[in-house]
Design a protein around this ligand. Sequence first.
Ligand SMILES: [Ca+2]
Ligand SMILES: [Ca+2]
Length: 470
Amino acid sequence: MKKLVLLFGCLMMTLLNHAQNPSEKLRVMVLTDIENEPDDAQSMVRFMTYANHWDIEGLVATTSLHQKKKIAAWRISEIITAYGKVRENLLLHESGYPDTNYLKSILKEGYPDFGMDAVGKGKDSEGSDWIIKALEKEDSRPLWVLVWGGPNCLAQALWKLQATKSKKQLAAIQSKLRVYTISDQDDTGPWIRKNFPGVFYICSPGTNDKGAYHHGTWTGISGDKFNGRFSGANFAIVDNPWLDKNIRKNHGPLGAEHPTTKYLMEGDTPSFLYLINNGLGNSEHPNYGSWGGRYELYTPKTEKWFYEPETRPIWTNAEDEVMGFDSSFQTSNKATIWRWRQAYQNDFAARIDWSIKTYAEANHPPVAKLAHDNELRVVSGDTVLLDASPSNDPDKNTLSYEWIYYREVGTYESKSAIKIANAKNVLASFVAPKVTKPETLHIILAVTDNGIPALTRYQRVIVTVMPGSK
Ligand SMILES: [Ca+2]
Ligand SMILES: [Ca+2]
């Protein structure tokens, strides 16, 4: 029995290590209705600055609610060309940026028709065939499909797989698929969720013709209002003057491709912010929260569905209570993104700097490191010591520290926050609360340097508190 427990323990450790292995790149594909308005092009520029964080396996031009009959692969091609002009310079700062020949080879076109009109017999496209190819690749890693417009190209791929594969083969393929859509921008999202209930799906679904667009978690990327009221977020750092100064003007050919905002800056960006390897998120756990927001698994219910009522659990809107820019507490799904706004905007500005500056002229992110494991097991009443002393910075910048109790994550439920002593110090501590069954608490370490712009990296400590007397 003891042996078995030990074996199980080893297996769990292996699985955990595998799930959190930061050196393993995620496989990523983007489907975009680029050119419906300027924001997809904006997102594509930011995406390129992180091109070394993932194995990018496809860039597919698609339609959407906003652009029903045309696609614009040419615009992706333009941005890849601009990226090609600065790639050598980006490589001075971090390794692994793919070359433009490769990126152009994975640029594909979807079927130029709207929603379900592009699904079924005779509706294959080079985009849908490319998705099938990626899903069938001999690769044990999941495939992330990030959907910035309508997902009908993915729907066509699944439709074809269903028609040509055995149930067992289809189930194996579905289990590798991870989808993050920016709301439902055509009717094929609900169709996929209904017909392929095994697919891992992150989405703020459509509730009425306006709801999906005005209330989606993703609007936290740059929105400043909710139902006409101030949301709590800092709008100045996502507004055109900030973007002109830090991204678009005097920042080289890639930054110059970032167009002026028409409605909202980069509505599609949360989909890949979620997958950035910065120590904060965990791609298999949308409920942990990340720069791309936080989502919980449930079946959303509403009176007013734009498409069909949801029939199964999806990863969808979750709320965080966050101190707003005006020093008042705000609770919303959008706050799960905007709470990190300063950090993700500074990160983008630094990476655009990388496209033109030498290593010495630019800033690089600190390395957030713990002196202990990411997972701690303690007993009620224990003083839990948190230690970030191994953290460092490649530019030898001075570091500041913040230990954040992420109250909405973890099983421990309490309105009264855990009080972390010395929460802005390299060494901090808190007393494990009284519990009646094992409970988890999530503590985020944020390490910020004093370079220009200041950059932040994270570590997550998951503390399991066991009942006991002390
Ligand atoms: Ca879009
Ligand atoms: Ca630095």
